[in-house]
Design a protein around this ligand. Sequence first.
Ligand SMILES: [Zn+2]
Length: 234
Amino acid sequence: MDRLESGLDICVCADDDVCLNRTVYAIKTETEGRCLPELCVHLFHEYGLISHYRLDAATLWKLFSLIEEGYHSSNPYHNAVHAADVTQAMHCFLQQEQILPFMEPQELLACLLAAIAHDLDHPGVNQTFLIATSNYLAKLYNNTSVLENHHWRSATSCLIESGVMESLRDIWSSLQDQISALILATDITRQQEYLSHFKLQDFQHNVLVERDAKLFMYAIKQAMALDVSNVIDY
Ligand SMILES: [Zn+2]
């Protein structure tokens, strides 16, 4: 629980935005290696999600610890530091003035959870390898977005196992839809499909004049599809 206090303290004590102004490596050092759960607690607090959904702090910490454990530390790229890095990038994206004022709490929740869990339990090999070796995951998901399907279902398992789902019962179904859509958007083989739907000019017009939820989600998916990170953790 000390690390939970530390995560909350960061946001209380910071005189700047710790997420925007520090690299994930700096946060990793400050948190003694627990950058993912501490960053997540911090962001959930900053976005008001803990109070809005009346989330129990210890249960929330359990969720982020489960997700952290679900990342393979032996994986040089798709590990918990990469997840923290992408979550930080998502936070930067959400902070844009054309975006943040138009976000509903559930959308913020979905975006952060999707970023946090977007590579959860990544085995360190790609879909082509999984299909070629007849891996059980490839069979389970019919050779389609194999890893991404596994990531979002693993995220669902963590939400249930941690007990956080109990606080989200009223939005559980739609929240699952949003998280799955966002994580599935990280399938690199489908990025062109999302790009073809997304036009920045349309996005800006619709957000500023009238909120277009569908187009808006394309923008968020775009942020996910970029999977903007090149952290390699040795
Ligand atoms: Zn990733």
